[in-house]
Design a protein around this ligand. Sequence first.
Ligand SMILES: Cc1cc2nc3c(=O)[nH]c(=O)nc-3n(C[C@H](O)[C@H](O)[C@H](O)COP(=O)(O)OP(=O)(O)OC[C@H]3O[C@@H](n4cnc5c(N)ncnc54)[C@H](O)[C@@H]3O)c2cc1C
Length: 448
Amino acid sequence: MSDTASGATLRFAIVGAGPAGFYTAEALSAQCPGCRIDIIERLPTPYGLVRSGVAPDHQSTKTIEETFEQIARQPNVQLVGNVEVDRDVSLDELRGFYDAIVLASGSPHDAPLDVPGAHLRGVFGASAFVGWYNAHPDHAGLAPDLDHGGAVIIGNGNVAIDVARVLSKPVDALTTSDIAHHALGALETSGIADTYIVGRRGALDAKFTTAELRELGELDDVVAVADPGQIPGAVGDDLPARERRIKAKNLECLQAFAKADPESKARRIHLRFNSMPVAILGRDRVEGIRFERTTLVDGKVVGDGTTYDIPCGLVVSAIGYRAKAIGGLELSASGDRLVNDEGRIDAQLYVVGWLRRGPSGKIGTNRGDGEAIAERIGQEIAPAGKPGFDGLRQLLMARGVKWTGFSDWKTIEAAEKAAARTGAPRQKFASVADMLGLCAPASQAASA
Ligand SMILES: Cc1cc2nc3c(=O)[nH]c(=O)nc-3n(C[C@H](O)[C@H](O)[C@H](O)COP(=O)(O)OP(=O)(O)OC[C@H]3O[C@@H](n4cnc5c(N)ncnc54)[C@H](O)[C@@H]3O)c2cc1C
């Protein structure tokens, strides 16, 4: 396969098979016809947060996987699963095998909750908690206690809403989702009747999207409630028209929540604003959380010195994500992305997706990143006769690393579908060893 006047082939590695990785592969294929692309993924399963972040009861969002599958099936694209950069192969080794490397490995860590008591049992970051109910192998063993009356989610974005909804929905409504089997079992016996979503800023500063907020008002057996004293009567007219429209729609939902009767349904989701956590309370495990009331001074959140407590047995902190310094590369001061110049790190290294921009934006936001970086790579990179996958394969074989291909993923997926509860799309494996057990040893040769 040749793509240049010199007859040499451009060989690219993309690290991470999430949305940013797939969109980049698609764009590189179009930009550099004839190039070879290996998507290196640490898990045997592709799709990143589409599989392990997007809420299990939002299956329609996951249909984007069909688009990614088409990209993976392009003849010049190969998934190299179960291979982790920094564990099985180093970035410097990849530099020897590929003309350019695009890092698309996301922001997998939780931003730290920096308050006394954050170490107590029952306090989790959203990345871990969402990973638990979505069967991510790193978090399958979390085993949170749900044998108490209340949960508090800290943060005012859509992830906080997802977690509150999954904790509160009647289990019957989750059996037809692909929620992890272990999470469904825990939720079946959960005693949580009151879940609080608490934000530092005011109701109109919350980052919820209207569709997610509205859904809270439409759940069976769950009522969303807000304190009328915290919900303004109107959106200020000093905002740009588009922002005003969005905030006005959110306000409509919040005003309805402020009128709702908390006793009208068996479970409640409480939206609380202008409150920042100052301590997690409890001896061995969390028993409550103390908040200080806040006001805004010159746009900054400031505590007013008064506090209140919410009793609870579970705290999930959904206050943002941090990147991993893959290959020892430098992180930004905020720690949520790699230092980069519009996606370029150095002459051979590029970055896309959350690892480039920080953890914000929807699945489709990553498409533009992929297209921009492919265009740049098309202008900046020439083939240098690198071995590509031949080099990587030899190294993995020498190290005894069993990598998986897209056909192995399809085998895993078929087994998940076959094991699904009635009405559910699949029952996910939560253990890499179980997944690898399904992949025939010959698949290694086949995927080579
Ligand atoms: C809880 C949650 C819910 C969300 N819900 C929605 C939603 O409903 N709708 C929506 O549009 N967006 C949603 N998003 C946002 C969306 O998921 C992200 O925009 C998108 O996944 C970011 O893509 P990415 O490829 O940069 O990162 P990721 O999706 O995180 O993919 C990174 C990939 O890299 C792999 N990887 C990491 N390290 C290595 C390594 N060292 N070697 C090899 N591979 C590695 C990971 O295993 C992963 O597969 C949600 C996000 C979260 C956190």
